[in-house]
Ligand binder design. Structure first.
Ligand code: BJW
Length: 248
């Protein structure tokens, strides 16, 4: 893999790094992406499962789908892409992950600063009184569980279409993007808003935008540098270069 002089210079000089990640980074861990040939939305319509209306219409079906995905995620392990990102923290002053993923694999890989824009599949909350329940409390529930306090339906703590993103997390992620020196955009089609604004904001604020994806995306035309290939292969190679250029 060839690195340009410009890219190496940016790696040498940077202090603040943002990794903006999507489903593609977890593909090599065996977690399906949403779009594309093997994507979830190829088999299921998003509005049937990933909206509050769908949940109210058929809570058990939506709950069952999330229990199935939790099982996949539990059995999956972070891959070399997640692990490389976590190791970047040793070499730069400020490294964070802004992720659209709900699979918790960045945390399990050891990343310390994670902004989860679309929630986390391991948490749940009551739609009435907002009491939180972690996955262990509801692990064996085949049907939609009911809140112990108010008998409301319990839903996964993820952001469905038409719902607002967690406000403070989004504000903090925007701030990290604005102040970043390099923004890596990894494994996302960059089609879902407002999350997809984060890398654009980084670029407009002067950050060096680097895309890592198996194919080009909506964002590619804005990127200063595009690596085409699997993130589990490319990110460890970039990390190796960092090890040559910087000291711990
Ligand atoms: C690899 C790889 C490997 C594969 N290595 N790469 C402006 C314009 C148009 C529409 C809107 C807009 N603003 C808002 C909207 C509406 C909507 C939206 O964006 N729709 C678009 C789809 C058109 N947005 C919303 O509804 C958001 N809320 C909102 O805007 O609130 C305000 C509002 C309120 C009321 C009314 C109107 C507005 C909420 C969005 C929530 C998204 N939720 C989901 C589900 C989360 C829960 C769950 O997991 O079940 O989030 S949808 C799904 O898409 C999931 C993802 O986080 C998100 C992004 O997908 P991602 O990560 O990019 O995955 P893929 O599959 O698309 O791409 C994978 C990529 O990986 C590909 O590029 C591959 O090539 C690559 N890849 N293997 C490297 N090994």
């Amino acid at each position: 893999m060839q690195f340009t002089e410009e890219f190496l210079e940016k790696l040498t000089e940077a202090n603040r790094i943002v990794f903006f990640t999507g489903a593609g980074i977890s593909a090599e861990s065996g977690v399906s992406t949403f779009r594309g040939k093997e994507g979830i939305w190829n088999k299921i319509k998003p509005e049937e499962l990933a909206s509050f209306d769908a949940f109210l219409k058929n809570p058990n079906m939506v709950w069952e789908w999330y229990q199935y995905r939790r099982k996949i995620v539990n059995e999956a392990a972070p891959n070399p892409g997640h692990l490389a990102i976590a190791e970047f923290e040793k070499y730069f002053k400020d490294v964070c992950v802004v992720t659209q993923n709900v699979d918790n694999l960045h945390a399990r890989a050891g990343s310390s600063y994670i902004y989860e824009l679309h929630g986390n599949i391991e948490r749940n909350y009551c739609i009435n009184c907002k009491t939180f329940y972690n996955k262990d409390e509801l692990q064996f529930s085949e049907k939609t569980p009911i809140c112990k306090i108010c008998s409301g339906l319990i839903r996964p703590d993820v952001v469905w279409f038409g719902e607002l993103l967690p406000e403070q997390i989004f504000i903090d992620a925007e701030s990290k993007a604005i102040h970043s020196d390099i923004c890596f955009v990894v494994g996302t089609s960059a089609l879902v808003y407002p999350a997809a604004n984060i890398p654009i904001l980084a670029k407009r604020s002067g950050s060096y935008l680097v895309e890592v994806n198996i194919e080009s995306t909506e964002l590619s035309r804005f990127a200063d540098h595009s690596f085409i290939g699997k993130s589990g292969e490319i990110l460890p190679k970039i990390l190796n270069e960092v090890k040559n250029l910087r000291t711990v």
